[in-house]
Design a protein around this ligand. Structure first.
Ligand SMILES: *Cc1c(COP(=O)(O)O)cnc(C)c1O
Length: 378
């Protein structure tokens, strides 16, 4: 087997799990008791640091929930809406659709407002839906729809949701820590993200940033035992512990990742690095002749979808494999109406990784005998 010290993993240009720093991985080389004071102190610091990234600690709190990001979304939707509550879902991609599936499985009364994958949910349609149906008391939307890389304007939805007295739930899985989000200014009551996205930890838990007052008013609403958000919070607040076995190694890695976020210069520095990765990738892809799926003004810098080029020699599996053989992992598309693949810009990646990716794409296109006219964007 390859010894750890000479091991260079392939760079992950994906939506997660992402490339992490060596020191984040090394933080896991410990066996820590889940009820030990050292671990409890680390959990406390993780929760404190998460809130400090986006809100005032007397107004907001952080709940850690084992499982991937979807578990955090399901924990929130299934724990904070009472039987008589009605949820409005704004959908423009696979992750919005996933919330819809959760609402169905959990028997949450709901209404879905669906939009095409390349457009943002229309704020006027939101306003109208809330005006027309006073039973709606909750609104949920995805911030960065990782399906396409489109960014939905939560800062515009928030005030509309609040002016109708509704509770606002945001899946910010792939944008938290990569976009500055002010929870209060956006009127967010519950924001969900996970350990293995832009904080650059490893997979194993999700976290929910909750307005305390709203969370405390959800007693008795939980539809499950293990995903009960309020009960999980109460455990963390009372003795600092998870109710059930915590992913100790993952929490240690995440704590290290939060320290490294601070060392890098916080969210502004991370925004800058990801944006540079995106701009460099985009410029090269346009020069190669690839066409982005989402229009520039709506596109985020988290992940970009590109159409399969209209060329007889293009085959995604071959393209993917050749890039992988050269050390760069890209990602398939997830669209219902268009053939696309995706390139992520997040994780512990810098311009030198992007340069390696661009060189690999250039070589691969040559090997596949694909030559396309360059594109220009305004
Ligand atoms: C990654 C992601 C999720 C969670 O997916 P998991 O596979 O459960 O981690 C949810 N929503 C969005 C927008 C995501 O990018």
């Amino acid at each position: 087997m390859t010894p750890l010290t000479s091991w260079k993993d392939k760079a992950l240009f994906t939506p997660g799990p992402l490339t992490t720093s060596r020191t984040v991985k090394q933080a896991m080389l410990r066996d820590m008791g889940s009820r030990d004071s050292e671990f409890i102190e680390i959990v406390r610091d993780v929760r404190r640091r998460l809130v400090a990234l986006c809100a005032e600690p007397d107004e907001y709190t952080a709940v850690l929930m084992p499982g991937s990001g979807t578990y955090g979304v399901e924990a929130t939707l299934s724990s904070v809406i009472p039987p008589e509550g009605k949820l409005l879902l704004l959908i423009n991609g696979a992750y919005g659709e996933r919330m819809h599936k959760i609402a169905n499985v959990q028997h949450i009364q709901h209404k879905a407002l669906s939009f095409a994958e390349n457009v943002q949910p229309d704020p006027e349609a939101l306003r109208q839906a809330l005006d027309e149906d006073p039973d709606i008391s909750y609104v949920a939307v995805v911030h960065s729809e990782t399906t396409t890389g489109i960014i939905n304007p939560i800062e515009i939805y928030g005030p509309i949701v609040k002016s109708h007295g509704c509770i606002f739930i945001v899946d910010a899985m792939s944008s938290f820590a990569a976009y500055p989000i002010d929870l209060k200014a956006c009127g967010i009551d519950f924001l969900v993200s996970s350990a293995n996205k832009c904080i650059e930890g490893v997979p194993g838990f999700s976290f929910v940033l909750a307005r305390k007052e709203t969370l405390l008013a959800t007693r008795g609403f939980a539809r499950t035992l293990s995903l009960d958000l309020l009960a999980q919070w109460e455990g963390l607040e009372s003795d600092g512990q998870f109710r059930f076995t915590p992913p100790t190694h993952v929490v240690l890695a995440f704590h290290q990742a939060l320290l490294e976020l601070e060392q890098e210069g916080g969210i502004p520095a991370r925004v800058e690095r990801y944006r540079q990765n995106y701009e460099a990738t985009l410029a090269a892809m346009l020069a190669f002749g690839f066409e982005p799926y989402v229009e520039r003004t709506k596109r985020g810098y988290i992940i970009t979808s590109f159409y399969y080029p209209d060329h007889a020699n293009f085959d995604f599996k071959t393209f993917y494999q050749k890039l992988s053989d050269k050390g760069s992992i890209i990602y398939p598309g997830k669209l219902t109406h268009a053939n696309c693949f995706r390139i992520g810009h997040i994780g512990r990646l810098t311009l030198s990784d992007v340069d390696a990716l661009i060189a690999a794409i250039s070589e691969t296109l040559r090997e596949m005998n694909i030559s396309l006219p360059a594109r220009v964007e305004d």
